[in-house]
Design a binder for this molecule. Sequence first.
Ligand code: GLU
Length: 352
Amino acid sequence: MWRLRIFAFQFLRVMSERRVRVRFAPSPTGPLHMGGVRTALYNYLFAKKHGGDFLLRVEDTDQTRYVKGAEDYILEALKWCGINPDEGVGAGGDCGPYRQSERKEAGIYKEYAFKLVEDGFAYYAFDTSEDLTNMREMAEKAKMPNWQYNNITRTSMKNSVSLSEDEVTKRLDAGDPFVIRLKMPRNEEVRFHDEIRGWVIVNTNNMDDKVIYKADGMPTYHLANIIDDHLMNISHVIRGEEWLPSAPLHVLLYRYLGWEDTMPKFAHLSLILKPNGNGKLSKRDGDKGGFPVFPLEWNAPDGAISSGYKENGYFPEAFINMLAFLGWNPGTAQEIFSLRRINGSIYARKSW
Ligand code: GLU
């Protein structure tokens, strides 16, 4: 009888565990840096280890930074590395489309942005870019650099918190351009547990009222990223640590959208640094040190050519092996690993 009980308990535990679903979410703003490949690789290996899914989502909401050819380059580079998505751009799946510009066209983001306003977590802001520049200049003259649109300054700007209801309705009816900003609460602690860094605690007084929806009807990265991770049922967000400062804002978005219960776990990876450790490894460092920083050669739209590991004669297996060791070690003397071997031993699904 007790055996049956243990079996039932274990069965229920396994059934209630969340399927591991991770994503690599590059923006097509240029070629894929080897740091990006490493992030994709860690996501891929994590998914394979746990018998889960690795998704590829293209985050192209910022049309001003779009670079022609970058998306094709990213897809080709991942293919050369053998990091093939189970789902997403180039692979299909049930949660598509997987390109954010197409998701925007499908009307996926808009309702959430307006719901946040309706629920009092966000507001319309009508300030023009000249208004913002003036404000910054005035603050600088008053010896208050780094002016921010935040829970104090918002009261002196043109938005639905500071203006009367009539004025706001008038502006909306007249079709005045507006953005939607998140209404950062005053003096609240946002805390979350990062799987690599431990507890992260930030006071909202140090956070600004980020734009989450732009005047052209496009969501910004922050909003689109959270909505997509939620709708794609992502269990773990594994990304570079340059996104760590944005994570408290993301936690608040999950809370305000009512999705905190299924919020993914966060893991912010350290970056691949310059040889002197002073900042992120750049193409210039590669040129100086005589090594590529891109997997494949990149022919920029302006005609400039950057060298790639492939064209320099490296095998993708060697490139991947090198990247796996930048930030990880098996704790043994084994130095050579292959994706095939990892694929050949897909582990039973486990909780993490
Ligand atoms: N689109 C972001 C990037 O280019 C993705 C960040 C994330 O993984 O949340 O790095």
